[in-house]
Write a protein that binds this ligand. Structure first.
Ligand code: ASP
Length: 592
């Protein structure tokens, strides 16, 4: 770290360095004037904090302010009162000379782990926010994960290849961001939603193991944990079956847990999409805890309770040890499931009391004998609380999935330091789009590729493509960790006719398919190998490893929830001159 400016960093010096003459550079974290005589400064850089001490006659400290940049010369001495909380806490620097390299005006918030700056302010002054060790550590973690990803994939003979950022609009699922072309009037580039088609072309080229840590762009309505630009670890392999891919990337994740967190994770379990939906109501189940769904149609119907009798599905969970929930807590849960985002009409519960009795909120309809049957179906024990929802199958499952997570949180079962990883496999190939707000309206009312249009159906299901497309399963898989979809991919179609058929099912005319994806189908005529791959959401992986729910603080310069960069003020208007050159100037009326 030695340069002309400094001999050491502010995180480096220890008791064994006592007596050394050193030069440090950094920012003023804190100044303490101890009476007339002594001044202490905490000097901070990326590596830590070192205490400087000097007699006030050396310099005029009134010129010093928080976050100013100093260069300090002095000798390392042992501290009288040691600070066990920092690595350099045994020593301090007895200063002989100090130089102000630059001053700072008062920062808009404190540069401390616990800052007084709100979100918007932190984002506006992100360069100051990044001085806070808590945010800096997230970026260091991100760096480590990227390095270890490269180490692992390099050892497995993957080649990192860059693919273009200015490409052609090829809707893969979401909307494209587009870039107008100045040189070609009326024409546009699009930013890649992922390098999907390029990595498949690389397989045709014979690069049988490709990866790239790459920016991707999706113009989606923003949800809390989404960024319009995000980073993927994007991978593709040739001459592989699904099993090979699962093994290779299970290896990657194990390597990352081992090298970055020092954790040995067990072999990943596998769950079919159908089971994930049946038992967790969700294709990314949080398996840190059980609380699986129990279906009750057989047990509860026909007892004159209309809510259950009219429902397509009655389904519940058993929350261990929650029988003592108060009326107030149960009301909160009822309110929770009735929130519009969750959409249940009510919540039925039964307490399996410590004394063995069972009391439900619908005792009028179900006697002790009946409730015993409920208990047997759930395998509930004294002390447990049974929670039940009813409605159409899809809605009831979706709402119960939220309730399950809420109960998991309330019961402390979602420990951030515990990791439960699994593969969800056998996704359906297609889903019916009846108006997904994240895709173009013209795509509504037709089949939509659940993963993307290049995903291969399971060979044994190909016959169903014509007769019953909705039941066709894909060779597609997701890696799920703690209820978060960390990665996903598929075995691809590598046959031109099957790919053409797929576009037809997705409602593309022959011309549209040729226009948008002709390059890929043509490439498939020149000996495309069987291939498949996946991509990991790198930002999410970082936040998961960092024990956080949000991805923003793992990205150096993120956008806010409205997709804005409030620091550089983007998106922003551009000049008429620029618009003109891009041939997209909206002509202003001349009112002269
Ligand atoms: N391109 C896909 C995605 O971004 C990943 C893959 O299939 O490899 O989700």
């Amino acid at each position: 770290m030695k340069t002309k400016y400094r001999t050491h960093t502010c995180g480096e010096l220890r008791i064994t360095d006592v007596g050394k003459e050193v030069k440090l550079c950094g920012w003023i974290q804190k100044i303490r004037l101890m009476g007339e005589q002594l001044t202490f400064i905490d000097l901070r850089d990326r590596y830590g904090i070192t205490q400087l001490v000097f007699h006030s006659d050396i310099v005029n400290t009134s010129l010093y302010s928080r976050e100013g940049v100093l260069q300090a010369y002095g000798v390392v001495i042992e501290r009288e009162s040691k600070n066990k909380n920092i690595a350099t806490g045994d020593i301090e620097i007895d200063i002989t000379e100090i130089k102000i390299l630059n001053e700072s005006i008062t920062p808009p918030f404190t540069i401390e782990d616990e800052t007084d700056g709100g979100d918007e302010l932190r984002m506006k002054y992100r360069y100051l926010d990044l001085r806070r060790s808590i945010v800096r550590k997230n970026l260091e973690l991100r760096h480590r994960l990227a390095i270890e990803t490269r180490n692992y994939l390099d050892k497995q003979h993957f080649l990192e290849v860059e693919t273009p950022v200015l490409i052609k609009s090829t809707p893969e699922g979401a909307r494209d961001f587009v870039v107008p072309s100045r040189m070609h009037e009326g024409e546009f580039y699009a930013l890649p939603q992922s390098p999907q088609t390029f990595k498949q072309l690389l397989m045709v080229s014979g690069f049988d193991r490709y990866y790239q840590i790459v920016k991707c762009f999706r113009d989606e309505d923003l949800r809390a944990d989404r960024q319009p630009e995000f980073t993927q670890i994007d991978c593709e392999m040739s001459f592989v079956e699904q099993e090979d891919i699962l093994n290779t990337f299970e290896g990657l994740v194990k390597h990352l847990f081992k090298t970055v967190k020092g954790i040995d994770i067990p072999e990943l379990s596998r769950m079919t999409y159908a089971d994930a939906m049946k038992y967790y109501g969700n294709d990314k189940p949080d398996t840190r805890f059980e609380m699986k769904f129990v279906e009750l149609n057989e047990v509860v119907k026909g007892k004159a309770f209309k809510v259950f009798d009219d429902a397509e599905l009655v389904v519940g969970i058993c929350a261990k040890g929650a029988a003592e929930y108060t009326r107030k807590q149960l009301d909160e849960l009822t309110e929770f499931v009735k929130r519009p985002q969750i959409g249940a009409t009510g919540l039925i519960y039964a307490r399996h009391n410590a004394d063995g009795t069972i009391k439900s909120s619908v005792d009028k309809f179900y006697n002790e004998e009946e409730l015993k049957k409920w208990s047997a179906t759930f395998n509930s024990q004294p002390g447990d609380l049974i929670l039940i929802l009813a409605g159409t199958a899809d809605k009831a499952r979706k709402a119960l999935s939220e309730l399950r997570l809420e109960m998991g949180t309330r019961l402390g079962l979602r420990d951030k330091n515990k990791f439960s990883c699994l593969w969800v496999i056998d996704f359906p190939l297609l889903e019916w789009n009846d108006g997904d707000p994240n895709v173009l309206a013209s795509l509504a009312g037709r089949w939509h590729a659940k993963h993307h249009p290049f995903t291969s159906p399971k060979p044994e299901d190909i016959d169903l493509l014509n007769s019953n497309p909705g039941t066709v399963r894909a060779n597609a898989y997701d890696m799920v960790i703690n209820g978060v979809e960390i990665g996903g991919g598929s075995i691809r179609i590598h046959n031109k006719d099957l790919q053409a058929k797929m576009f037809e099912i997705l409602g593309f005319s022959k011309e549209e398919a040729q226009n948008q994806f002709g390059f890929l189908m043509n490439a498939f005529e020149y000996g495309a190998p069987p291939h498949g791959g996946l991509a990991f959401g790198f930002d999410r992986l970082c936040s998961l490893f960092g024990g956080s729910d949000g991805i923003r603080d793992f990205i150096a310069f993120p956008k806010n929830n409205a997709g804005r960069d409030v620091m550089i003020d983007s998106p922003s208007a551009i000049s008429d001159e620029q618009l003109n050159e891009l041939h997209i100037l909206v002509k202003k009326e001349n009112h002269a």
